[in-house]
Design a binder for this molecule. Structure first.
Ligand code: SAM
Ligand code: SF4
Ligand code: SF4
Length: 341
């Protein structure tokens, strides 16, 4: 019988987001807006064998969903080899990856052959000038090529778009129409005030309610898709059957059902996207602690978990960017691109 580890709010440990690098080839304005960053020391980055040992610890404690992320995961050398090793573990019921798509055309078939189950591509705009403004890159065409290559290999491909008022909130329908061409479900994400989002302000958040109003003007009635799930997106169906989702992390957080935790590329484990401190698993691993000892660290931490970060932020009256820049520079673990989003 499989283990179910419950936290203080009866939320199971089930979903692990595994960051394989803190580096990125884009500079999205809502994630990495600063001119310079402090990177994790190279010698601290976990080797594939070390990642596997930690993942096995999590699998033994009930995790059955693993998502590779970053930084940009496809910058990690030989990533398909890691995918292949993870895909060989039957305890991983769902093995997914989130990528910005820039390097996807080169890697899509290797990822598929390696056994990756599902893929999400982040794409916030279809306009090259806007892409340049949002990401400081001229390579939007490479993201399109990546989606073109990946869509036939990963049925049910998802496209995630962070919506920022006054920046790309006029592209919701265009993104849905783009997704339709590839059979891809688009999910709109509310702009979050996570670490690293130093340009965040509440007036730039397009709420779920506003997105629905905008899409109703264009498509008419949107039918909510009824489903029981711990997944963060609320899904809606257009009259032609197309489904899209909204992740209302800022205005209507879903901490109540949150079964997610995050492991950074250097082996720090975070129980919440907003947690100010993580739990060091690299230290014990490299010190030769046994799988049982590491399992005990994970168990103790999860059983005491009370984190409901986004709800706490919603309740705070004065909302400005979460973490000042000098604090972020002192500890890159506070950054979204280190935690993996
Ligand atoms: N680089 C990859 C990518 O962009 O797909 C994976 C890592 S990225 C940190 C994971 C997700 O976090 C992306 O979909 C990104 O849009 C999202 N993200 C980053 N900063 C965000 C913010 N301030 N608000 C909402 N989503 C954010
Ligand atoms: Fe953008 Fe992802 Fe890179 Fe952050 S980690 S800058 S969201 S591509
Ligand atoms: Fe989970 Fe923390 Fe996000 Fe809430 S804020 S959904 S507890 S990761």
């Amino acid at each position: 019988m499989s283990v179910v580890l419950l936290d203080q709010f009866q939320r199971p440990l089930r979903n692990l987001r595994l960051s394989v690098t803190d580096r990125c080839n884009l500079r999205c304005s809502y994630c990495m807006p600063e001119p310079e960053y402090v990177w994790l020391p190279r010698e601290d980055i976990l080797q594939f064998e070390e990642i596997e040992r930690l993942v096995d610890g999590f699998l033994a404690l009930g995790v059955d969903k693993v998502r590779l992320t970053g930084g940009e995961p496809l910058l990690r050398r030989d990533l398909p080899a890691l995918v292949e090793r993870l895909a060989a573990r039957p305890a991983i019921r769902d093995l997914a990856m989130t990528t910005n798509g820039i390097l996807l055309a080169e890697h899509a078939s290797a990822l598929s052959n390696a056994g990756l189950h599902r893929l999400t591509v982040s794409l916030d705009t279809l306009q090259p000038d806007r892409f340049l403004e949002l990401t400081r890159s001229r390579d939007l065409h490479r993201v399109f090529e990546g989606i073109e290559a990946a869509a036939p290999l990963f049925p049910g491909l998802k496209i995630d778009s962070v919506v920022i008022r006054g920046t790309n909130d006029d592209e919701l329908a265009d993104l849905i129409e783009f997704g339709k061409r590839y059979g891809a479900e688009v999910r709109f994400i509310e702009y979050m005030d996570v670490g690293g989002a130093t340009h965040w302000s509440m007036d730039r958040v397009m709420s779920r309610a506003d997105m629905l109003a905008r899409l109703t003007e264009r498509y008419g009635t949107l039918e909510p898709v009824e489903e029981v799930s711990s997944a963060p997106a609320d899904r809606y169906r257009l009259s032609d059957g197309t489904v899209f989702g909204i992740i209302s992390s800022t205005t209507e957080p879903f901490c109540q059902d949150c079964d997610r935790s995050r492991l950074t590329a250097d082996g720090m484990w975070y129980l919440c996207l907003y947690a100010s401190r993580g739990i060091d698993l690299r230290g014990p691993l490299r010190a030769g602690e046994t799988p049982d000892e590491i399992a005990a660290i994970i168990t103790r931490a999860w059983e005491s978990r009370r984190d409901r970060g986004a709800e706490a932020r919603l309740a705070s009256r004065d909302r400005s960017p979460l973490i000042p820049i000098d604090t972020l520079r002192r500890d890159p673990h506070l950054e979204m691109h280190t935690r993996g989003g």
